[in-house]
Ligand binder design. Sequence first.
Ligand SMILES: N[C@@H](CCC(=O)N[C@@H](CS)C(=O)NCC(=O)O)C(=O)O
Length: 219
Amino acid sequence: MDWKAPPDRLTLFGSFTSSSSFKPMLFLTLARLPFSFRTVNLKNGVQHTDEYRAVNRYEKVPALRHRGLTIVQSNTILDYLARATGHFEPASEQDRWHAREWLSWEEDQITNVAKVRHYSRFRAVDPAVMAYFRPLAEGALSFVDKALEGRDWLVGNACSIADIGCWGRMVFMAEGGLEIADFPRLLAWSRRMQAMQGYAMPYDLIPKKDQEFDPGQGG
Ligand SMILES: N[C@@H](CCC(=O)N[C@@H](CS)C(=O)NCC(=O)O)C(=O)O
């Protein structure tokens, strides 16, 4: 594994089936920033190797390396990227806190959507477990749907890390049998995001192999 990259270049470690990896990947792509992608094959257990544990002690994707720093946890990475690059950072201080509040909430609640998808796609669980998590997932989706009443974005008047973080973790909801059409405002919001230049769905966006992204040079 060659995980080296020049220190000034953003280097993202992730996996193509991972909604947590999609979040920073989407940020970087929408912002049209150059970066190196390093794949961590979760199926082969690469996340549990000594080499990767030295990057992310939680043995999960994603992780970001930049300017000698290592940042893990997808929402901390979004926070870092917004501060370091200025992209998707709300204009007012109040809105900047509001965006981070959404990220904290999503880690509590939209995680239930990711769990329902995970148990549907990767690991069969007792139906009672699914019966517990499905209403929590639907409750989280419904909360976002209501929050979008009369507005285009979760915070302020533009797409921010709040939108990227929340949408990014729920993006695979259909794989968990959660119908986006049941949440009309959420559906319209996801379409707004999908209409942004550079947007792609995770299986089209996240490569299965290490890759360099250089949008300025047609990459
Ligand atoms: N709270 C973490 C969750 C990260 C996470 O659960 N990553 C999953 C993929 S979406 C993973 O690496 N799973 C591998 C494993 O558990 O072995 C974040 O937001 O970054």
